[in-house]
Design a protein around this ligand. Structure first.
Ligand code: XIL
Length: 314
């Protein structure tokens, strides 16, 4: 059949995948499927703060550079992931005196965005700013800079100055359907827009449980689009208890198709990124005990019913 990347392009969206450089450089099948089927790449971990600047002022771009090279050789877009996040954040940042946090954040953003200037389609500038109730996480950035909107606006402005061509996103999970956390993100975007902060898009991670794609997904994404931002499905996977059953794999196919159809139905939905290429390299089993089988390919790289469903949806 026609590769997903070509089907997606013909419909005006991209089909992306999160990749790990270690696997890309050691596993020819993984690399070949990534190149053939997808036209946007997100580094799974290589551009996060703990990898890029594990000690203050010392920057390591080797893994991120390798993924960018792969993407460029393949004419793929790259989603930069991510600049500011409470997790995978080195201890030196959380231990800084409060009055040094803003400078450290701005320096980190400026250095990383400048390094990749011209090579990144979109940055997840701030990742997961809200807790599960929809309150701002009271992390080191929030505490040092006078609250959520303030540090996020500052991060966005700093990124914009370093690469004016990159789209700038805020990204989070459990904002896919309507609810208090989605409302919190909606209010953030409204506030950022009102103060003229450079916000271009909202990323909906979409780490779903089989059979539980929110029925409000389309209406919810549309209300963000109506604020004048792009929207994207940035980290799609659909997990289930392992071992997988045929019934769950078929429901998963329905769920994947539903998400792709939703993006296709929203003019400002720019694309869908699968979070991890195959079940053998998925983050799910090590994060959600007893769960897995969440991706489009099984651990032997056979396309699953979900793959065929995405192909048909596109
Ligand atoms: C995950 C990676 O897939 C894992 O390899 C890593 O150990 C932890 O982070 N939300 C995000 C992603 O924004 O960065 C996370 O990626 C998954 C949840």
């Amino acid at each position: 059949g026609t590769p997903l990347r070509d089907l997606a392009a013909a419909k005006g969206i991209y089909m992306g995948v999160a990749l790990a450089n270690g696997t890309l450089s050691s596993d020819a099948t993984y690399k070949s499927i990534a190149a053939t089927q997808f036209n946007t790449v997100t580094p799974e971990n290589e551009m996060k703060w703990d990898t890029i600047e594990s000690s203050k002022g010392s920057f390591n771009y080797s893994g991120g550079d390798a993924i960018v090279s792969f993407a460029q050789a393949n004419s793929d877009k790259v989603r930069g992931h991510n600049l500011v996040w409470h997790s995978q954040l080195p201890g030196w940042v959380t231990s800084l005196p409060t009055n040094q946090v803003q400078a450290a954040m701005e320096n980190h953003i400026t250095n990383e965005v400048t390094h990749y200037k011209g090579k990144i389609y979109a940055w997840d500038v701030v990742n997961e700013p809200f807790d599960d109730s929809g309150n701002y996480r009271t992390d080191v950035f929030y505490n040092a800079m006078g609250g959520g909107v303030a540090y996020i606006a500052d991060a966005l402005k700093t990124a914009r100055a370093a690469d004016p061509a990159a789209k700038l996103y805020v990204n989070d999970y459990n904002i896919e359907g309507t609810g208090s956390k989605s409302d919190a993100m909606y209010n953030l975007v409204k506030s950022l827009k009102a103060q003229g902060a450079p916000i271009d898009g909202v990323g909906f991670e979409s780490h779903f449980i089989v059979g539980q794609v929110p029925s409000s997904l389309k209406a919810n994404m549309q209300r963000f689009a109506d604020l004048g931002v792009d929207v994207a499905i940035t980290e799609l996977d659909v997990r289930m208890p392992t071992p997988a059953t045929t019934a769950n794999l078929n429901q998963q196919a329905t769920d994947y198709a539903n998400v792709v159809n939703t993006c296709l139905a929203i003019t400002r939905c720019v694309g869908v990124t699968a979070w991890d290429l195959d079940d053998g390299h998925s983050w799910v089993p090590s994060t959600f005990s007893g769960q897995g089988a969440a991706t489009l390919y099984d651990a032997s790289y056979n396309p699953k019913p979900a793959y065929t469903a995405v192909q048909n949806a596109l």
